[in-house]
Every structure is written in C-alpha cells, then in structure tokens.
Design a protein around this ligand. Structure first.
Ligand SMILES: Cc1cn([C@H]2C[C@H](O)[C@@H](COP(=O)(O)OP(=O)(O)O[C@H]3O[C@@H](C)C(=O)[C@@H](O)[C@H]3O)O2)c(=O)[nH]c1=O
Length: 192
C-alpha cells in the first residue's frame, strides 16, 4: 500500500498493493492500515455503491454538515472518474481550494476525503461503478451541496454539460453557503 500526499492537507491518494497472476488479480481493497495514523476521527460505518450509466455523469459537490460530517474513501470498481475534493471549511487556510484525481479500475487508486470537504465526481466512461466508505451514516437533514460549476472554484470538469440529478442542478455557490453549514468541521480546521 502506498500513501501519496496531495496539495491539500488531509486529502490522500491511497494505492493498494495489487497481486496479479494468471487468473486475474487480488487486492485488499481496504485494510485499517490504509488510514491508521492519518488522524481519521472515527471508524467507517457504511459502504456506498453507485452506477452511472453514461460517461459525463456528474454527482456533486456534496457534503454532510456538522455534526454529521463524513470522511469518505472513494474508488472506482469499474470504469473511471475524475474525483474532486473541495475544502469548504470557512476558517481553513485552504478554503475554496480543491484537488482533482483520476480514480479508475485500471489504476486502483483511492481518494481519502476528510470531514469538512465537499466531494464530487464525473464519470469518464460509461457504466462506471463507484464504491466508497463513510464514517457516519446518511442523514437527509444534513445533506448539503455546492454548485459543481461554481466559477470561484473553476474546476476543469471533463464535460461541459454533464448529466446531473435535479438536485445537483440547484446547489448554491460556495460564497453563498450558510456560514453554519460546516461549523463543526471548521472547528477541526482551527485545531490544525
Ligand atoms: C448518499 C445516500 C443517498 N441515499 C438515497 C437518497 C436518494 O433517495 C438516493 C440518491 O441519493 P443522491 O442523489 O444524493 O446520490 P448521489 O448523488 O450519488 O450522492 C452521493 O454523491 C457523492 C458525490 C458523494 O460524495 C456521496 O456522499 C453522496 O452524496 O439515495 C441513501 O439512502 N443513503 C446515502 O448514503
């Protein structure tokens, strides 16, 4: 397993060891050693799995607000995504900055996204299946979003007119997000 830093503190690329033989491959897709020592506040409690049929399907940018913020560990089991983590902790030194990484069934990379970040991805090929672990349960009341095409973020998405859910077409820009939307995670940014 290899841990690779990114431009944002707390966002990590994880490369599991892949054992290839004549049958195919084997890998530990998760082992708590992946995140031990990275300061993850709690254990993963839920696994999520989505299929996006069309290339150019964009899901995001999503977060759960405090006190139900989630750490996410994301990978593509089939196909490929451009995966993005945005720091939305208002008092963070890297507020509004983002990291974008290609995660695919070929590179087997995973992205670790801490609490206090918004997350989104755009599929690069049809029938892409994304799996991710989260460290708090889904809470509809705490479900929040930031506009995927917020010009202040300027994320270079691979598709100009992606396939979106109705909800993802109407998120506010980051500058218009309620200051309370991310309070608890912001306290963590202060503590760093
Ligand atoms: C996220 C989630 C959704 N749902 C339900 C709510 C809804 O009826 C249906 C589809 O939900 P959504 O449209 O929010 O699914 P989706 O757009 O795929 O949302 C996901 O996007 C990526 C980028 C993330 O980071 C995730 O945390 C999550 O927000 O599934 C759950 O039951 N549990 C969950 O954990």
């Amino acid at each position: 397993m290899k841990l690779i830093t990114t431009e944002l503190d707390g966002v990590w690329i994880i490369e599991p060891q892949v054992h290839v033989d004549n049958r195919g491959f084997f890998m530990e897709s998760y082992n708590d050693a992946f995140v031990r020592g990275l300061g993850i506040p709690s254990a993963f409690v839920q696994d999520n799995h989505s299929l996006s049929k069309e290339a150019g399907t964009l899901r995001g940018l999503h977060f759960q607000s405090a006190p139900r913020a989630q750490t996410k560990l994301v990978r593509a089991a089939s196909g490929a995504i451009y995966d993005v983590a945005v720091d939305i902790r208002p008092r963070s030194a890297t507020f509004g900055r983002w990291v974008g990484v290609i995660l695919s069934a070929d590179n087997r990379r995973q992205l670790l996204i801490p609490q206090g970040f918004a997350h989104g991805f755009c599929t690069l090929v049809p029938n892409t299946e994304v799996l991710y672990k989260v460290d708090d349960y889904y809470s509809r009341e705490h479900d929040g979003g930031v506009a995927w095409d917020d010009p202040d973020l300027g994320i270079p998405w691979p598709f100009a007119q992606p396939v979106l859910s109705e909800k993802d077409g109407r998120h506010p820009r980051l500058r218009d997000l309620s200051p309370n939307a991310n309070t608890e995670a912001d306290k963590e940014a202060d503590a760093v």
